[in-house]
Design a protein around this ligand. Structure first.
Ligand code: ADP
Length: 295
């Protein structure tokens, strides 16, 4: 069983011809409101594939929080551990210009109130999970508490997004640490070369048992003490890459829990990521296992 510990946000999206300057107002498109946040996205992606998935997160006691809970339940996620209240639901205010570039302001809201105490209160759920997956849109001290609460035999998967340098005990727990180029550079903090093989080697030296570097249309690289290997991508017509990394991570975590090797799980995850880029949106783009098989 998979437990995702992480963020849940309402994504508020408006298309604009151009962004307003200071003191200026521009008119945009109709508002689109989508469930998002990396934790919520990963949980939906895993559940849609058929994984038994629970989400540990915090939302506000408000309409956005109910939207998040409904979308999780519709996907089949166990929401018994989603906490409600303390602050408004996290929001991402997103403007999209005609070239497709995003500008985003995030209000973490309730995500910032998911505390180490909340993690300790969910210790039974943590202990019952084969794989625990986290990201960094919640307080780092909360992720540290997740790592402390892991039972021997529970696998911990971390996508350090948004990226920052990480404490040793968190790095040492990762199996794997999953990140893209930008995240790898920030987590490393120093220039360690220009190839994914070099980043993976430098990251492994910091303590994780394994590392996966995602490379967009170029697939991924998996690495552990036994060596590294490229995972080819699947050729698709990319429409919208939003959420591809979340779908990839969720699929990888699930397949590892089924007992697959890192390379096998990453190959499956690459198919899931590829399927996710063929459709618009984040959660709306995540495939079922049947759709992955048909790819
Ligand atoms: P992130 O969104 O975190 O930067 P990536 O863009 O690397 O993550 O995407 C995650 C995974 O999804 C990739 O490793 C790859 O397997 C798959 N993927 C992403 N973009 C494409 C694409 N254009 N074509 C095929 N697969 C893709």
């Amino acid at each position: 069983d998979l437990l995702v510990v992480g963020s849940a946000n309402a994504d508020l999206v408006i298309g604009v011809d151009r962004r307003p300057g200071a003191g200026e107002t521009v008119l945009g498109s109709d508002l689109a409101l989508h469930p998002g946040g990396k934790g919520a996205n990963q949980a939906v992606a895993a559940a849609r594939l058929g994984a038994r998935t629970a989400l540990l997160a915090r939302v506000g006691d408000d309409a956005h929080g109910r939207l998040l809970l409904d979308s999780q339940r519709d996907a089949g996620v166990d929401t018994a551990a989603v906490l409600v209240g303390g602050a408004p639901t996290g929001v991402a205010l997103i403007t999209v210009d005609p070239s497709g570039d995003n500008s985003i302001v995030v209000s973490p809201g309730a995500n910032g109130h998911l505390t180490p105490k909340d993690i300790r209160a969910a210790s039974a759920l943590l202990a019952a999970s084969r794989v625990v997956s986290a990201q960094l849109e919640i307080p780092l001290e909360t992720v540290v508490e997740v790592v402390r609460g892991l039972r021997p035999g529970t696998r911990f998967v971390l996508n350090p997004s948004p990226p920052r340098e990480l404490p040793e005990d968190v790095l040492a727990a990762c199996d794997p640490l999953i990140l893209n180029e930008h995240e790898a550079r920030v987590v490393l903090g120093v220039d360690t070369g220009d190839t994914p093989e070099q980043w993976a080697e430098a990251l492994l030296a910091r303590g994780p048992r394994s590392v996966v570097v995602t490379l967009g249309a170029d697939g991924a690289l998996v690495a552990d003490t036994a060596g590294s290997a490229r995972v080819p991508s699947v050729k698709v017509d990319a429409v919208d890459t939003t959420g591809a990394g979340d779908a990839f991570t969720a699929a990888l975590a699930w397949r590892l829990g089924l007992g697959e090797s890192l390379a096998e799980a990453a190959a499956y995850a690459a198919r899931v990521g590829a399927a996710a880029v063929t459709r618009e949106g984040a959660q709306a783009s995540f495939p079922t296992a049947e759709e992955v098989a048909a790819l």
